[in-house]
Design a protein around this ligand. Structure first.
Ligand code: UDP
Ligand code: MG
Length: 136
């Protein structure tokens, strides 16, 4: 049985800066993801703080929010069968050094903080994150 879902993906500043936008989008498409919405934006640090609020008590929170707002990002709604989990698998582990061969973070990630992509971690968070960027 098919289970079509939508999830939020972000191509982070380190990847946009290295002109990896099209390569990464190609990887999503080859793996069956449809990019149903997308925009290239730069966000304020205060917006990054809201987006990553779940991490506000973590030691890396401040740097993370500075980083996400440091340059252009590409925000996308991806649609696929089991998109949420499928995207997490395709992205690979948070730390690129631990990411499996063939994953986006293994291929492009620089470090645990500059790991090239974001992906929603649950269907519930996917809805919240899609609304965050695309509610109009
Ligand atoms: N992060 C970091 N240091 C850490 C853990 C995470 O800089 O020790 C950053 C990293 O960019 C990561 C983001 O914070 O993608 C959100 O962390 P999370 O644990 O939610 O990882 P993800 O869901 O992105 O794999
Ligand atoms: Mg996360």
């Amino acid at each position: 049985m098919s289970n079509i879902e939508q999830t939020l993906s972000i191509i982070k500043p380190d990847a946009v800066e290295r002109n990896l936008e099209n390569e990464i989008k190609e990887i999503f498409k080859i793996n069956g993801f449809k990019i149903v919405k997308e925009k290239k934006i730069q966000i304020e640090k205060t917006e990054a703080e809201k987006f990553y609020k779940v991490h506000e008590t973590k030691p890396f929170y401040n740097d993370l929010c500075s980083y996400l707002s440091s340059g252009p990002i590409v925000v996308m709604v991806l649609e696929n069968d089991n998109a949420v989990l499928g995207n997490r698998e395709l992205m690979g582990a948070t730390n690129p050094k631990e990411a499996k061969e063939g994953t986006i973070r293994k291929k492009y990630g620089i470090s645990i903080d500059k790991n090239s992509v974001h992906g929603s971690d649950s269907l519930e968070n996917a809805k919240v994150e899609i609304d965050f960027f695309f509610k109009d």
